[in-house]
Design a protein. Structure first.
Length: 239
């Protein structure tokens, strides 16, 4: 079991069994839960997920709860995993990471999901993104059917916020999770669109405080060596 211990303004993720270590400064706040992921908001709040397991007649499922730790030490739950649904088949997920928008009002949550087809006795694993505002409201990015209540953006990972707080660039698997394309996702206007269309990348990391990222590009045929690129995610220029 792991817990969060906030110590003198810093955050440590340590086994709960070591909480009595005499060399550890007295924590300001102790979250004695099985924490699966956490991230600081720009204003110092901490969003974190807690592992939650429950049983159905045929399956053991995991759907993590999501909590906010305010700067005054108070906690509020943003999402109750037990009540979160996706489609009409057994569904389980684990929170892998959180990525805050620059203004700290929206968080992109990366999930590892598994959906089971009971009739075919098959399971399908997929990465997905869920967007919540800092009050716990689910956001449905524009372009999705308004009648579709599913808040998940499937086959999406590694969200990179642009500084407009409205646009996210994410990776989508193209070649057996070795190569990825990029897509824009808008919180308020227009359907998803391609970024650097026709190009594929092995990985990308946003440069903090900018609309740029560092990425490793490689073509789909794996010809030639990978290329390290600086990408402007807004103008789609590269160096």
């Amino acid at each position: 079991m792991f817990g969060l211990f906030v110590v003198l303004g810093s955050l440590l993720c340590v086994p709960a069994a070591r909480a009595q270590d005499p060399n550890l400064n007295k924590p300001v706040v102790n979250v004695d839960e099985e924490v699966t992921a956490f991230a600081y908001a720009p204003d110092g709040r901490i969003i974190f997920s807690v592992r939650r397991m429950f049983k159905t007649k045929k399956y053991d499922l995991q759907r993590d709860d999501i909590w906010m730790l305010e700067t005054n030490g108070k906690r509020k739950r943003l999402l109750e995993g037990l009540k979160f649904t996706h489609g009409d088949k057994p569904f389980t997920y684990q929170v892998e990471s959180f990525t805050w928008s620059p203004n700290g009002h929206i968080v992109a949550i990366q999930l590892f999901t598994t959906t089971v087809d009971p009739e075919e006795d098959q399971r399908q694993d997929a990465k997905a993104l869920l967007f919540l505002d800092d009050n716990g409201h689910e956001l449905h990015p524009a372009g999705k059917d308004a009648l579709n209540k599913d808040a998940l953006v499937m086959d999406a990972e590694n969200p990179m916020w642009l500084r407009d707080n409205n646009t996210v660039v994410y990776l989508k698997s193209e070649v057996e999770r070795e190569l990825f394309s990029m897509e824009y996702l808008y919180m308020s206007s227009g359907p998803p669109t391609k970024v650097f269309e026709g190009r594929t990348f092995m990985e990308a990391v946003r440069i903090p405080g900018s609309n740029s990222a560092i990425a490793v590009e490689r073509d789909t045929h794996m010809d030639g060596p990978p290329r390290l690129q600086r990408l402007d995610l807004r103008t789609q220029d590269d160096k």
